[in-house]
Design a protein around this ligand. Sequence first.
Ligand code: G6P
Length: 368
Amino acid sequence: SLIDKGNHRHFMEKEISEQPEAISHVLDRYIDFASGTVRTGNSAIDFGDVAGLAISACGTAFLAGSIGRYWFEQYAGLPVEIDVASEFRYRQIPMSRKQAAFFISQSGETADTLASLNYCRQRGLKIGAIVNVTDSTIARAADTVFPILAGPEIGVASTKAFTCQLTVLACLAIAAGKARGTIDAFQERALVGHLAEIPRIMSAVLNDIQAQTFALARQLTGCKSVLYIGRGTSYPLAMEGALKLKEISYIHAEGYAAGELKHGPIALIDEHMPVIVIAPHDQFFDKTVSNMQEAAARGGRIILITDEAGAKASPIIPAAQIVLPNVDEIIAPMIFALPVQMLAYHTAVIMGMDVDQPRNLAKSVTVE
Ligand code: G6P
């Protein structure tokens, strides 16, 4: 059947491995390869005419939206208001009809996300739904549906839906930039070219880091607490890493903006505390590395997740590192998501946890 584990031990492992193919489906839908342009279908949302975006979601979908926010700001010059749906719906955020609102949900049934959608609808905003289940309640309530085409996701901890959500958001941000004149046809073609490489790079990375993430996971199993840090789009990814780890291994984990380390969490760091540093060699690299050195100086066990250029540029050799290929910054979150997912997966499996159905969690939360 469509919904079986095949040769995999868990749905989560299967879904991690399905990401290159799932992303291919997203690209086939949202990219016109012949012209090197993005296509968003017959959207009710005219990016050229909106004053800003409101984005809301829960859990992993919220963290995908938080990465998308950087893209809408950077590539389309659009201000983005984003919050978890359980806050968004009650905040009385000043809104105008000139804004468009996006709701991201794998299931399309999350109660707080639906309530946030209805809140925006009442205020006259145009509504886009970025969903996996296209006949869901959230999809039906939207003006425009942007399917993420991940296929059925069974594991409670979201993996392929996350990277598909990211890829759809990247396409939308490029489309928005194009409509608003903040990126030109040449830049669009270049960005589309980078997105097109995701499936191939993901396949290679999934193979290359299998043994290494397993070995590193063994070091995480005895830990009480793990800290993830990053800057820019790596900051929400750090939060996603922490969320994944705590959901399925029950190890306490926190994702923090690398620059905030010194304003609190640095007090926790000692030789028992792994610090997972997510640092592609981007404009933030030097800053993140100096935060990494601060953590190392307090005895923290550093696990650096970087790329080849970053490994070369790092002034210290961390206790452990995972080195990914150099990729353009727009696809770094999708590629760096893989070691983050695999570390959590292997840690939980080694600890004997039920990774597909962790205690106290549900795949879809239809209560408020
Ligand atoms: C639950 C799931 C998470 C998911 C969140 C939002 O907490 O365990 O994996 O990210 O709900 O779900 P949605 O279906 O709206 O994306």
